[in-house]
Write a protein of this length. Structure first.
Length: 216
């Protein structure tokens, strides 16, 4: 656990080309991000908890948290432990009768539980190395001006890396957190099932956009 990387929820965003959502996690001590595909219902469960919206009846993740409490199990943390074949694997760690118990979970469900239980979200270093994104730092205006005045231009490699990250963000709706559905700001109706199989899809990393062709 000591080498695990702590992250916080940076935002929940809409992918404009699909009904999927993207949860963007941010490393607490640096500007490194981990985007994870989640289903719309899991994204809504996370957003509702972040906004502290009070529901008339407990939703699925509220119920699961209550079940932990009913059996005197204290939720300690959630972890994103593995990335295999483009699928993330997570776990919920709880203490029961003085010892820790690991419950296998999709990261989207684990994150929804973490927000409700107010516990840390940890990511394995290998997962962050494989799927983490580090945006390019902004160039100061003075440096940019000197570059235009005759300094060395930005390398093609750095330009392509920046373009890939810009393309990734450009495909996301950058409205503020919680505006996952532009036509509906309220939580989904209670006790209504979603489309068959939609909530059973595994959590995946967003596919990187195709690199732009080099100029000849």
């Amino acid at each position: 656990m000591s080498d695990m990387i702590e992250v916080v929820i940076d935002s929940v965003r809409v992918h404009l080309m699909t009904p999927q959502r993207v949860v963007v996690l941010k490393q607490v001590d640096t500007e490194r991000y981990l985007p994870i595909w989640v289903g719309p219902y899991e994204a809504e469960a996370i957003t509702v908890a972040l906004q502290e919206v009070e529901m008339v009846r407990p939703l699925t993740h509220d119920l699961l948290k209550n079940v932990f409490g009913a059996f005197s199990a204290k939720i300690l943390r959630v972890e994103i432990v593995k990335l295999q074949e483009d699928i993330f694997y997570g776990a919920i760690i709880a203490r029961v009768d003085g010892h820790e118990v690991l419950v296998d979970s999709r990261p989207s469900d684990a994150i929804a539980i973490a927000v409700r239980a107010h516990v840390p979200i940890l990511v394995h270093p290998k997962v962050m190395e494989a799927a983490g994104i580090v945006p390019e730092k902004d160039v100061p205006e003075g440096s940019a001006a000197s570059a235009r005045a005759g300094g060395e231009p930005q390398s093609e490699e750095n330009s392509e890396r920046l373009s890939v990250f810009e393309d990734f963000l450009g495909r996301l709706d950058l409205d503020r957190l919680g505006k996952d559905n532009p036509d509906e700001d309220k939580p989904a109706p209670l006790d209504k099932p979603g489309p068959p199989g939609e909530s059973d899809k595994p959590d995946k990393p967003p596919k990187p956009p195709r690199p732009r062709p080099k100029k000849q």
